[in-house]
Design a protein around this ligand. Structure first.
Ligand SMILES: Nc1ncnc2c1ncn2[C@@H]1O[C@H](COP(=O)(O)OP(=O)(O)OP(=O)(O)O)[C@@H](O)[C@H]1O
Length: 265
Protein backbone atom coordinates (compact mmCIF):
# COMPACT_ATOMS: atom_id res chain seq x y z
CA UNK A 1 0.00 0.00 0.00
CA UNK A 2 1.48 3.34 -1.03
CA UNK A 3 0.72 6.46 0.93
CA UNK A 4 0.87 10.15 0.35
CA UNK A 5 2.87 12.30 2.69
CA UNK A 6 1.07 12.42 5.95
CA UNK A 7 0.95 10.46 9.08
CA UNK A 8 -1.31 7.56 8.27
CA UNK A 9 0.46 4.28 8.81
CA UNK A 10 0.68 1.89 5.90
CA UNK A 11 -0.57 -1.58 6.79
CA UNK A 12 2.81 -3.22 6.39
CA UNK A 13 4.65 -0.77 8.62
CA UNK A 14 5.89 -2.02 11.95
CA UNK A 15 5.36 -0.03 15.16
CA UNK A 16 6.34 3.59 14.86
CA UNK A 17 9.79 4.40 16.24
CA UNK A 18 10.18 7.97 15.01
CA UNK A 19 7.41 10.38 14.24
CA UNK A 20 8.14 13.77 12.66
CA UNK A 21 5.53 16.53 12.38
CA UNK A 22 5.67 19.68 10.31
CA UNK A 23 9.46 19.72 10.20
CA UNK A 24 11.06 22.74 8.55
CA UNK A 25 14.80 23.21 8.24
CA UNK A 26 16.49 26.47 7.28
CA UNK A 27 20.14 27.21 6.55
CA UNK A 28 20.04 30.98 6.98
CA UNK A 29 17.44 32.01 4.39
CA UNK A 30 17.49 28.70 2.51
CA UNK A 31 14.40 26.63 3.26
CA UNK A 32 15.91 23.14 2.90
CA UNK A 33 13.14 20.96 4.41
CA UNK A 34 9.53 21.97 3.87
CA UNK A 35 6.86 20.77 6.24
CA UNK A 36 7.84 17.13 6.38
CA UNK A 37 5.57 14.64 8.17
CA UNK A 38 6.77 11.08 8.39
CA UNK A 39 6.55 7.99 10.54
CA UNK A 40 9.48 5.61 10.62
CA UNK A 41 8.80 2.01 11.61
CA UNK A 42 10.75 0.12 14.27
CA UNK A 43 13.08 -2.74 13.35
CA UNK A 44 12.94 -2.10 9.64
CA UNK A 45 15.05 -0.28 7.07
CA UNK A 46 13.68 2.96 5.66
CA UNK A 47 15.50 4.41 2.64
CA UNK A 48 15.54 8.11 1.76
CA UNK A 49 15.98 8.67 -1.96
CA UNK A 50 15.80 11.71 -4.24
CA UNK A 51 17.92 13.93 -6.46
CA UNK A 52 21.03 15.66 -5.18
CA UNK A 53 20.26 18.62 -2.93
CA UNK A 54 16.66 17.54 -2.19
CA UNK A 55 17.33 17.47 1.55
CA UNK A 56 17.82 13.77 2.36
CA UNK A 57 20.94 14.25 4.48
CA UNK A 58 19.54 17.38 6.10
CA UNK A 59 16.43 15.52 7.21
CA UNK A 60 18.46 12.49 8.33
CA UNK A 61 20.61 14.76 10.50
CA UNK A 62 17.46 16.12 12.17
CA UNK A 63 16.79 12.65 13.58
CA UNK A 64 19.73 12.78 16.02
CA UNK A 65 20.13 16.56 16.18
CA UNK A 66 23.36 16.56 14.22
CA UNK A 67 22.11 19.78 12.64
CA UNK A 68 22.59 21.44 16.04
CA UNK A 69 26.29 21.47 15.21
CA UNK A 70 25.71 23.70 12.15
CA UNK A 71 25.49 27.33 13.29
CA UNK A 72 23.24 28.66 10.54
CA UNK A 73 20.85 25.70 10.69
CA UNK A 74 17.41 26.08 12.29
CA UNK A 75 14.96 23.20 12.79
CA UNK A 76 11.23 23.73 13.47
CA UNK A 77 8.42 21.28 14.12
CA UNK A 78 8.58 18.20 16.29
CA UNK A 79 10.36 14.86 16.12
CA UNK A 80 9.43 12.15 18.60
CA UNK A 81 11.45 9.04 19.39
CA UNK A 82 9.22 6.51 21.13
CA UNK A 83 6.80 9.33 21.83
CA UNK A 84 9.39 11.67 23.41
CA UNK A 85 10.29 14.95 21.72
CA UNK A 86 14.01 14.80 20.90
CA UNK A 87 14.15 18.61 20.60
CA UNK A 88 12.90 19.11 24.17
CA UNK A 89 15.34 21.36 26.06
CA UNK A 90 15.83 18.62 28.67
CA UNK A 91 17.22 16.18 26.09
CA UNK A 92 21.01 15.89 26.10
CA UNK A 93 22.09 15.67 22.43
CA UNK A 94 25.11 13.52 23.38
CA UNK A 95 22.88 10.92 25.05
CA UNK A 96 20.46 11.16 22.14
CA UNK A 97 23.24 10.40 19.66
CA UNK A 98 24.12 7.26 21.61
CA UNK A 99 20.50 6.14 21.17
CA UNK A 100 20.37 7.31 17.57
CA UNK A 101 23.79 6.48 16.14
CA UNK A 102 25.18 7.57 12.81
CA UNK A 103 27.38 6.11 10.10
CA UNK A 104 28.78 8.50 7.52
CA UNK A 105 29.55 8.41 3.82
CA UNK A 106 33.27 8.13 4.30
CA UNK A 107 34.46 5.62 6.90
CA UNK A 108 35.89 7.72 9.74
CA UNK A 109 37.59 5.49 12.31
CA UNK A 110 39.38 7.29 15.12
CA UNK A 111 43.18 7.27 14.87
CA UNK A 112 43.24 4.59 17.56
CA UNK A 113 43.39 0.82 17.74
CA UNK A 114 40.52 -1.33 16.51
CA UNK A 115 39.77 -2.16 20.15
CA UNK A 116 39.73 1.47 21.26
CA UNK A 117 37.52 2.52 18.36
CA UNK A 118 34.80 0.27 19.76
CA UNK A 119 35.61 0.82 23.46
CA UNK A 120 35.52 4.61 23.21
CA UNK A 121 31.72 5.02 23.31
CA UNK A 122 31.02 2.55 26.15
CA UNK A 123 33.83 4.21 28.15
CA UNK A 124 32.63 7.81 27.77
CA UNK A 125 29.02 6.81 28.40
CA UNK A 126 30.08 4.89 31.53
CA UNK A 127 28.50 1.66 30.31
CA UNK A 128 31.14 -0.63 31.81
CA UNK A 129 33.03 -1.03 35.07
CA UNK A 130 35.28 -4.00 34.38
CA UNK A 131 37.76 -4.63 31.60
CA UNK A 132 36.12 -8.02 30.99
CA UNK A 133 32.79 -6.30 30.30
CA UNK A 134 34.44 -3.95 27.85
CA UNK A 135 36.15 -6.90 26.13
CA UNK A 136 32.74 -8.51 25.82
CA UNK A 137 31.18 -5.39 24.25
CA UNK A 138 34.09 -5.03 21.83
CA UNK A 139 33.80 -8.67 20.74
CA UNK A 140 30.03 -8.70 20.43
CA UNK A 141 29.90 -5.40 18.53
CA UNK A 142 32.50 -6.65 16.06
CA UNK A 143 30.59 -9.92 15.72
CA UNK A 144 27.31 -8.10 15.05
CA UNK A 145 29.09 -5.99 12.45
CA UNK A 146 30.43 -9.14 10.78
CA UNK A 147 34.03 -8.08 11.34
CA UNK A 148 35.17 -10.23 14.27
CA UNK A 149 36.79 -13.03 12.30
CA UNK A 150 38.77 -10.58 10.20
CA UNK A 151 40.16 -8.55 13.12
CA UNK A 152 40.15 -10.74 16.24
CA UNK A 153 43.91 -11.29 16.00
CA UNK A 154 44.76 -7.65 15.46
CA UNK A 155 42.62 -5.73 17.90
CA UNK A 156 45.62 -3.59 18.89
CA UNK A 157 46.30 -2.63 15.28
CA UNK A 158 45.12 0.74 13.98
CA UNK A 159 41.53 1.06 12.75
CA UNK A 160 42.81 3.13 9.87
CA UNK A 161 44.90 0.13 8.73
CA UNK A 162 41.79 -1.75 7.62
CA UNK A 163 40.39 -1.75 4.10
CA UNK A 164 37.67 0.80 3.29
CA UNK A 165 34.90 -1.79 3.62
CA UNK A 166 36.31 -3.09 6.88
CA UNK A 167 36.62 0.48 8.18
CA UNK A 168 32.95 1.08 7.41
CA UNK A 169 31.97 -2.10 9.28
CA UNK A 170 34.23 -0.92 12.12
CA UNK A 171 32.26 2.34 12.18
CA UNK A 172 29.02 0.34 12.27
CA UNK A 173 30.45 -1.75 15.15
CA UNK A 174 31.40 1.49 16.93
CA UNK A 175 27.82 2.73 16.57
CA UNK A 176 26.44 -0.60 17.84
CA UNK A 177 28.75 -0.64 20.89
CA UNK A 178 26.67 1.92 22.80
CA UNK A 179 23.47 -0.12 22.24
CA UNK A 180 21.62 2.34 20.03
CA UNK A 181 18.01 1.86 19.06
CA UNK A 182 18.29 3.62 15.73
CA UNK A 183 21.18 3.72 13.27
CA UNK A 184 21.26 6.50 10.68
CA UNK A 185 23.37 5.81 7.61
CA UNK A 186 24.26 8.59 5.20
CA UNK A 187 25.27 6.93 1.92
CA UNK A 188 27.32 4.33 3.83
CA UNK A 189 28.51 2.52 0.69
CA UNK A 190 29.35 5.41 -1.57
CA UNK A 191 33.10 5.06 -0.92
CA UNK A 192 33.10 1.25 -1.17
CA UNK A 193 33.67 -1.20 -4.00
CA UNK A 194 30.89 -3.61 -5.04
CA UNK A 195 32.12 -6.48 -2.83
CA UNK A 196 32.44 -4.31 0.28
CA UNK A 197 29.06 -2.77 -0.59
CA UNK A 198 27.45 -6.21 -0.75
CA UNK A 199 28.87 -7.05 2.70
CA UNK A 200 27.55 -3.84 4.23
CA UNK A 201 24.15 -4.42 2.60
CA UNK A 202 24.03 -7.95 4.04
CA UNK A 203 24.92 -6.52 7.40
CA UNK A 204 22.14 -3.91 7.19
CA UNK A 205 19.70 -6.73 6.46
CA UNK A 206 20.85 -8.61 9.57
CA UNK A 207 20.86 -5.53 11.79
CA UNK A 208 17.24 -4.69 11.11
CA UNK A 209 16.20 -7.51 13.39
CA UNK A 210 17.44 -5.50 16.35
CA UNK A 211 17.70 -1.90 15.19
CA UNK A 212 15.67 0.70 13.36
CA UNK A 213 17.70 1.78 10.35
CA UNK A 214 17.36 4.85 8.15
CA UNK A 215 19.61 4.99 5.13
CA UNK A 216 20.20 7.77 2.62
CA UNK A 217 21.20 6.36 -0.72
CA UNK A 218 21.74 7.57 -4.25
CA UNK A 219 21.34 4.06 -5.52
CA UNK A 220 17.80 3.00 -6.24
CA UNK A 221 19.04 -0.58 -6.58
CA UNK A 222 20.43 -0.35 -3.07
CA UNK A 223 17.17 1.08 -1.71
CA UNK A 224 15.31 -1.78 -3.41
CA UNK A 225 17.73 -4.36 -2.02
CA UNK A 226 17.96 -3.26 1.60
CA UNK A 227 14.83 -1.35 2.57
CA UNK A 228 11.28 -2.26 3.40
CA UNK A 229 10.04 1.34 3.17
CA UNK A 230 11.19 4.10 0.87
CA UNK A 231 10.68 7.84 1.14
CA UNK A 232 11.15 10.03 -1.95
CA UNK A 233 12.28 13.62 -1.38
CA UNK A 234 12.26 16.40 -3.97
CA UNK A 235 13.27 20.03 -3.45
CA UNK A 236 12.89 19.82 0.32
CA UNK A 237 9.49 18.11 0.17
CA UNK A 238 8.70 14.55 1.16
CA UNK A 239 6.80 13.60 -1.98
CA UNK A 240 5.73 10.14 -0.92
CA UNK A 241 6.57 7.25 1.34
CA UNK A 242 5.44 3.67 1.04
CA UNK A 243 6.48 0.07 0.94
CA UNK A 244 9.64 -0.10 -1.14
CA UNK A 245 8.18 -2.41 -3.73
CA UNK A 246 5.22 -0.09 -4.28
CA UNK A 247 7.38 3.01 -4.58
CA UNK A 248 9.44 1.34 -7.29
CA UNK A 249 6.62 -0.37 -9.17
CA UNK A 250 3.61 1.79 -8.59
CA UNK A 251 4.45 5.29 -7.33
CA UNK A 252 1.57 7.68 -6.77
CA UNK A 253 3.31 10.93 -7.68
CA UNK A 254 4.58 11.81 -11.14
CA UNK A 255 7.81 13.23 -9.66
CA UNK A 256 8.58 9.86 -8.08
CA UNK A 257 7.78 8.11 -11.35
CA UNK A 258 10.11 10.47 -13.24
CA UNK A 259 12.91 9.92 -10.74
CA UNK A 260 12.75 6.15 -10.62
CA UNK A 261 12.61 5.93 -14.40
CA UNK A 262 15.70 8.12 -14.67
CA UNK A 263 14.02 11.19 -16.14
CA UNK A 264 15.78 13.46 -13.70
CA UNK A 265 18.33 13.37 -10.92
N1 LIG B 1 25.82 23.09 5.98
C1 LIG B 1 25.03 23.68 5.08
N2 LIG B 1 24.99 25.01 4.95
C2 LIG B 1 24.18 25.63 4.05
N3 LIG B 1 23.34 24.97 3.22
C3 LIG B 1 23.35 23.62 3.31
C4 LIG B 1 24.18 22.90 4.22
N4 LIG B 1 23.95 21.58 4.06
C5 LIG B 1 23.02 21.47 3.08
N5 LIG B 1 22.66 22.69 2.62
C6 LIG B 1 21.66 22.97 1.57
O1 LIG B 1 20.44 22.29 1.90
C7 LIG B 1 19.87 21.71 0.75
C8 LIG B 1 19.71 20.20 0.98
O2 LIG B 1 21.02 19.61 1.04
P1 LIG B 1 21.26 18.10 1.49
O3 LIG B 1 22.74 17.90 1.56
O4 LIG B 1 20.45 17.80 2.67
O5 LIG B 1 20.65 17.32 0.24
P2 LIG B 1 20.85 15.81 -0.20
O6 LIG B 1 19.55 15.40 -0.80
O7 LIG B 1 21.36 15.01 0.92
O8 LIG B 1 21.95 15.96 -1.32
P3 LIG B 1 23.06 14.94 -1.84
O9 LIG B 1 22.30 13.76 -2.37
O10 LIG B 1 23.76 15.69 -2.92
O11 LIG B 1 23.94 14.59 -0.67
C9 LIG B 1 20.75 22.06 -0.42
O12 LIG B 1 20.23 23.21 -1.03
C10 LIG B 1 22.09 22.37 0.24
O13 LIG B 1 22.82 23.31 -0.52
Amino acid sequence: MTQMPGTIKAAAMTDTKISARNVQVYYGDTHAIKDVNIEIGARAVTAFIGPSGCGKSTFLRCLNRMNDTIDICRVEGSIDLDGEDIYDSRVDPVQLRAKVGMVFQKPNPFPKSIYDNIAYGPRIHGLVRKKADLDEIVASSLQKAGLWNEVKDRLDGPGTGLSGGQQQRLCIARAIAVSPEVILMDEPCSALDPIATAKVEELIDELRENFTIVIVTHSMQQAARVSQRTAFFHMGNLVEIGDTQDIFTNPVDKRTQDYITGRFG
